[in-house]
Design a protein around this ligand. Structure first.
Ligand code: NAD
Ligand code: UDP
Length: 317
C-alpha cells in the first residue's frame, strides 16, 4: 500500500452516520478502522466492506482506552436518539466524557487530528433563534436530556482544552437533526417513527401539538460537511445542518401524504425538556467550508422511505 494512505479511525462506525462516513472514506481509497460496541450500531451497516483489505472492524467500547496507529479520528461513538441515550444515562455521560477523553489521549499520543461529532443539543431549548455558533445555549443540567446535552458540552470543552494545552488538531461539528437510510426503525427519532408508523398503516404520533420545530438534513449532505470540516483549517465549533425549518406537524403531513394520505395524526404528551425550536445558522460553514446542503426534505425522504419499506418487508413486520 502507498505510504501516504490516510488511516482513519471511525468510532461509532457501525451506526447511522458512522457507516455512511465509512462508505465515503472507503470509496475515496482511504484506510478505515471502524470501532463500535454495537449498542445502536449494526454490522449490516458496514457488511459491504467486510473482508476488504483497507477495512478493519473492531468491537470496542470507547470508555476503555485503546492504542491504534491512525492519522485521523472521527469520533462519533455515542447513542444519539433520546430513547437510546436515556436508556442508561450514566453510561451516556461516561461515553461522552471518558470516551472523548480516551480518543483525545489517543490522538495526542499518535499525533492524529480528531473530529468530534457534537450536536445542536449543546444549545438546549434555545432562547436565541435561529442558533449561531456564538450562542452559549440554555441547557437544563439535571433533566432527562442532560446526560447527552451536558455530555456533549464537556466533550467540546475537552477538545478545546487539548487544543490549548497540547496543540492538538481538533474539529468540532455541531450536527443538527439528520435523517436518511440506516436509521434504526425503533430508535424513536421523529423521521424514522413517522415513516415506520405510516408504512405500517398506524396513526402518526405528534408529541405535544406538533408546533415545535426542527430542521432536517439529509445524511449525504451531512457527511459532505463532515469531510470538508476534517480536511479544512477551521477548528469550529461549526453548525452543520439544513437551515430550512419545519414544524413537526408539517413533517408528519409530508410523510403521511407521501405514504398514505388517509392516516390519522394523533397527539401524545410532549417529553420533558423537548426543545420548542431549532434551526441552524450555517453562515460559518458556507464561508469556511464552502458547504451548503443540497437535498430538500421532500427529496431526501424518498430514499429514506424506500429503505424502511425494504427493511419492513425483509423482517416481515
Ligand atoms: P447511532 O446511534 O446510529 O450511532 C452511534 C454509534 O456509536 C452506534 O454504532 C453505537 O453502537 C456506537 N456507540 C455508542 N456508544 C459507544 C461506546 N461507548 N463505544 C463504542 N461505540 C459506541 O447515532 P448517529 O445518529 O449515527 O450519531 C452519530 C454521532 O453523531 C453521535 O455522536 C451523535 O451524538 C451525533 N449526532 C447525530 C445527530 C443525528 O441527527 N443523527 C444529531 C446530532 C449529533
Ligand atoms: N416527535 C414527535 N413524534 C414522534 C417522535 C418525536 O412528535 O413520534 C418530536 C419530538 O418530541 C421532538 C421532535 O419530534 O420535538 C424531534 O424528535 P427527535 O427525537 O427526532 O430529535 P430531537 O428531539 O433530539 O431533536
Amino acid at each position: 500500500m502507498p505510504a501516504s494512505l490516510i488511516r482513519n479511525l471511525v468510532t461509532g462506525g457501525a451506526g447511522f452516520l458512522g457507516s455512511h462516513l465509512c462508505d465515503r472514506l472507503m470509496e475515496s481509497g482511504e484506510e478505515v478502522i471502524c470501532l463500535d460496541n454495537y449498542f445502536t450500531g449494526r454490522k449490516a451497516n458496514i457488511a459491504q466492506w467486510m473482508g476488504h483489505p483497507r477495512f478493519e472492524l473492531i468491537r470496542h467500547d470507547v470508555t476503555e482506552p485503546i492504542k491504534l496507529e491512525v492519522d485521523r479520528i472521527w469520533h462519533l461513538a455515542c447513542p444519539a436518539s433520546p430513547v437510546h441515550y436515556q436508556f442508561n444515562p450514566v453510561k451516556t455521560a461516561k461515553t461522552s466524557f471518558i470516551g472523548t477523553y480516551n480518543m483525545l489521549g489517543l490522538a495526542r499520543r499518535v499525533g492524529a487530528r480528531l473530529l468530534l461529532a457534537s450536536t445542536s443539543e449543546v444549545y438546549g431549548d434555545p432562547e436565541v433563534h435561529p442558533q449561531p455558533e456564538s450562542y452559549r445555549g440554555c441547557v437544563n443540567p439535571i433533566g432527562i436530556r442532560s446526560c447527552y446535552d451536558e455530555g456533549k458540552r464537556i466533550a467540546e470543552t475537552l477538545c478545546f482544552d487539548y487544543q490549548r494545552m497540547h496543540d492538538l488538531e481538533i474539529r468540532v461539528m455541531r450536527i443538527f437533526n439528520t435523517y436518511g437510510p440506516r436509521m434504526l426503525p425503533d430508535d424513536g427519532r421523529v423521521v424514522s417513527n413517522f415513516i415506520v408508523q405510516a408504512l405500517k398503516g398506524e396513526p402518526l404520533t405528534l408529541y405535544g401539538d406538533g408546533s415545535q420545530s426542527r430542521s432536517f438534513c439529509f445524511v449525504d449532505d451531512l457527511i459532505e460537511g463532515m469531510i470538508r470540516l476534517m480536511n479544512g483549517d477551521h477548528s469550529g465549533p461549526i453548525n452543520i445542518g439544513n437551515p430550512i425549518e419545519f414544524t413537526i406537524r408539517q413533517l408528519a403531513e409530508l410523510v403521511r401524504d407521501k405514504i398514505n394520505p388517509e392516516l390519522e395524526l394523533i397527539c401524545k404528551p410532549l417529553p420533558q425538556d423537548d426543545p420548542l425550536q431549532r434551526q441552524p445558522i450555517i453562515d460559518l460553514a458556507e464561508k469556511e467550508l464552502g458547504w451548503t446542503p443540497e437535498v430538500a426534505l421532500e427529496k431526501g425522504l424518498e430514499p429514506t422511505i424506500a429503505y424502511f419499506k425494504e427493511l419492513l418487508l425483509l423482517h416481515n413486520v
